[in-house]
Ligand binder design. Structure first.
Ligand SMILES: [Zn+2]
Length: 207
């Protein structure tokens, strides 16, 4: 096989690992990039390098953040003494967290699940990651300083409902108060795309 072809194949195989990119699309995208402006490609390559070196996942909430120093383990929200660590808002993904932060009204912390339960996946633990959240709740009980509230801010879709119910079931044994965003968000709507006013209302009306 010729060398330039194997580079394209390597790139397609990597792009194919990204969400929602199938093998054909990965191949087309690879050929597209091969013809792209080399300056922009260099910039993208540098950005990927920076991301791999400077970005970390918060060890308290799973949020992606840019490190200000090498040893930083917490995101700026978890590291902020003014935020109430006893109220945890559970979201599907980083972009949902950003939408809620934009309201400027929420003063608790977050927990990023990394996905929602999908109807076709039998292994629930592959879709959502609750380990860290549960260990946090357990620790708060041992420390006799229990978590006050878990707010589920999940999409108003079938996956969102399924995930909310699963989380409620899994958290039941710990006796922690679990609420959900209330009216304001219409059926089928996604947290990421909800406007600020609607999100503020939905938080006020959580139940
Ligand atoms: Zn964090």
């Amino acid at each position: 096989m010729r060398n330039e072809e194997s580079l394209i194949i390597k790139l397609s195989n990597l792009l194919n690992k990204l969400p929602n990119i199938g093998p054909r699309q990965a191949k087309r995208l690879s050929y597209f990039l091969a013809r792209y402006d080399s300056k922009i490609l260099d910039e993208i390559a540098k950005l990927f390098w920076d991301i791999s070196k400077k970005i970390n996942i918060c060890e308290s909430c799973n949020f992606v953040f840019e490190k200000e120093n090498k040893n930083q383990k917490l995101c700026s929200i978890c590291g902020d003494a003014k935020r109430d660590k006893k109220i945890i808002c559970v979201v599907e993904k980083d972009t949902d967290l950003i939408s809620i932060e934009k309201t400027g009204k929420y003063k608790g912390v977050y927990y990023v699940l990394g996905g929602l339960i999908n109807t076709f996946e039998n292994d629930i633990d592959k879709s959502i990651d609750l380990k860290l959240l549960i260990s946090k709740i357990k620790k708060s009980l041992v420390d006799k300083d229990p978590i006050k509230e878990i707010v589920l801010a999940l999409n108003f879709t079938s996956e969102g409902y399924l995930t909310a119910n699963e989380i409620k079931d899994r958290l039941k044994p710990y006796g922690v108060k679990v609420t959900q965003l209330g009216i304001g968000l219409p059926v089928g709507s996604e947290v990421e795309f909800a406007d600020t006013e609607t999100l503020i209302e939905a938080f006020k009306n959580r139940n």
